[in-house]
Each structure stands twice: as structure tokens, then as C-alpha cells.
Ligand binder design. Structure first.
Ligand SMILES: [Zn+2]
Ligand SMILES: [Zn+2]
Length: 80
């Protein structure tokens, strides 16, 4: 995940949640550390969409009321 880089306690995150019909195919899975996974992604602060590994979009600071903090496309930061 951009801005984390932890290589410990990695979890597999399903980009399309399994509860929403996501599959176990590699393009639907990415690894994130346990705290990013539980405290950020599944709390809704970070959103990851697209297709792994080469076509992922990370949106940081997802909020209905604040502007987005940052956006990364294929590992490169782009304007939010
Ligand atoms: Zn997950
Ligand atoms: Zn992390």
C-alpha cells in the first residue's frame, strides 16, 4: 500500500469484497498490513479499486465531507 511499506503481519484484502461477490482470483487480491487493513480500509478511510497487481487505484482519506487527501494510480501519486 502506498505510504505504508510494512512487510509484516500482511493480510490478503479482496478488492471487491467477497460479501459483494468478489472472487479469490489474484487480480482481486492485494496484501496490506493488518493495521492498514482493519483500521483504514475496512473503516472506510482508504479505498482500493481496480485490478491487481498493475492496475490499482488507492484513494486515501475517503470521506463524504472532506476532500480526498491523496490518490495513487499504479503506485504513482496523482492529483486527488
Ligand atoms: Zn479486506
Ligand atoms: Zn500498513
Amino acid at each position: 500500500m502506498p505510504g505504508c511499506g510494512s512487510r509484516w503481519n500482511l493480510h490478503v484484502h479482496h478488492i471487491t469484497f467477497r460479501s459483494q461477490g468478489g472472487t479469490d482470483e489474484p487480480e482481486n487480491e492485494t496484501t496490506v498490513c493488518i493495521s492498514c487493513h482493519q483500521r483504514a480500509i475496512h473503516k472506510g478511510y482508504i479505498r482500493v479499486t481496480g485490478s491487481a497487481p498493475g492496475d490499482l487505484v488507492w484513494e486515501m482519506g475517503v470521506s463524504p465531507i472532506h476532500p480526498q487527501i491523496a490518490r495513487y494510480v499504479n503506485g504513482l501519486r496523482v492529483a486527488a
